[in-house]
Write a protein that binds this ligand. Structure first.
Ligand SMILES: [Zn+2]
Length: 302
């Protein structure tokens, strides 16, 4: 359930994603209406549906999104035996997440912290657990968000956000330059973004998987939109990359769907020890050439 303080915060920063006009609630408080272009943005479950009325995914999210219909046998099975965390995060990246959250202080009444995506990885669940006013948004394939929104058309006011986090989302955005331009627009002067992007990962969530970035590529992407790099590094290293590539190679070579699912579940556990090799090389120069994911912390100029 959306808390009152989170609701108040959200309403203070939400604008029309198309024209950035301010919004007013309808009589039943079930939709927001743009004062300028008069488009309607209804509620969908507990979330605001802030998509262009012509958006191709509008119908999918109009009734609460893909996570809300009755749970499939697959999700029930995963609930009984949760798979291990896909990646191993480096100590540096975990410290960077905690530090960014402490600096931004999501529960301060005048601070706004956004997470792009549902933030379901245990690393993020743990980091977010002590905060009550962190706003989750995006077009998730699973999990709860407070605002259903496209990263290319953010429904947030200019210069309204203290920190925007995103983990393994930008590779799924067809036009990442537009998404990063939007992140830069909504950050307050001096506001930060913490972003993770894969470098060596198999093609996944097909066909919505569009790019990979090197360590220099991430910095160049954000600097083209005026952000200054405060910190960057390996988020999950070469051993995590190898472990996941072994698992995914076997998955794709396995003939039937049932065998694929069983093999993937088993291999998720079998490859787990390999990932711990990352603990020995998180600052090694060679590891930057073969890492699974990189992280980047950027700041908007004051
Ligand atoms: Zn509008």
């Amino acid at each position: 359930m959306t808390s009152k303080s989170l609701y108040t915060k959200l309403r203070s920063i939400l604008v029309c994603p198309l024209c950035h006009g301010s919004l007013q609630p309808d009589a039943a408080d079930q939709a927001l209406i743009c004062r300028d272009c008069h488009r309607h943005y209804p509620r969908s479950g507990h979330a605001w549906l802030m998509l262009d009325p012509q958006h191709p995914l509008l119908a999918m999210y109009a009734h609460g999104g893909p996570s809300l219909p009755p749970r499939s046998w697959k999700s029930r099975l995963r609930g009984l035996l949760p798979p291990p965390e896909e990646r191993l995060w480096t100590r540096r990246s975990r410290r960077a997440i905690v530090r960014a959250l402490q600096q931004a202080d999501p529960d301060h009444p005048h601070h706004v912290v956004l997470n792009l995506g549902a933030g379901l990885e245990r690393v993020f669940e743990q980091a977010f657990a002590s905060y009550h006013s962190l706003i989750r948004f995006g077009l998730p394939h699973t999990g709860h968000v407070d605002v259903i929104a496209d990263a290319r058309q953010l429904p947030f006011r200019d210069a309204s956000v203290d920190l925007l986090l995103s983990s393994s989302v930008l590779e799924h955005v067809q036009h990442p330059e537009q998404a990063v331009a939007e992140i830069a627009r909504v950050l307050k002067p001096g506001g930060r973004t913490y972003s993770e992007i894969p470098f060596l990962r198999a093609y996944h969530m097909a066909p919505h998987d569009y790019q990979r970035y090197t360590i220099s590529g991430i910095e160049a992407l954000f600097s083209r939109h005026g952000l200054l790099c405060e910190e960057k590094g390996i988020c999950s290293g070469p051993f995590t990359a190898w472990a996941l590539l072994i698992r995914d190679t076997v998955f794709h070579l396995t003939p039937t769907r049932l065998l694929k699912m069983a093999g993937r579940a088993l291999l998720s556990w079998l490859v787990q020890p390999i990932k711990y090799g990352d603990m020995l090389c998180e600052d090694a120069p060679w590891a930057y050439h073969l890492a699974c994911n990189f992280y980047y912390v950027g700041r908007k100029r004051k």
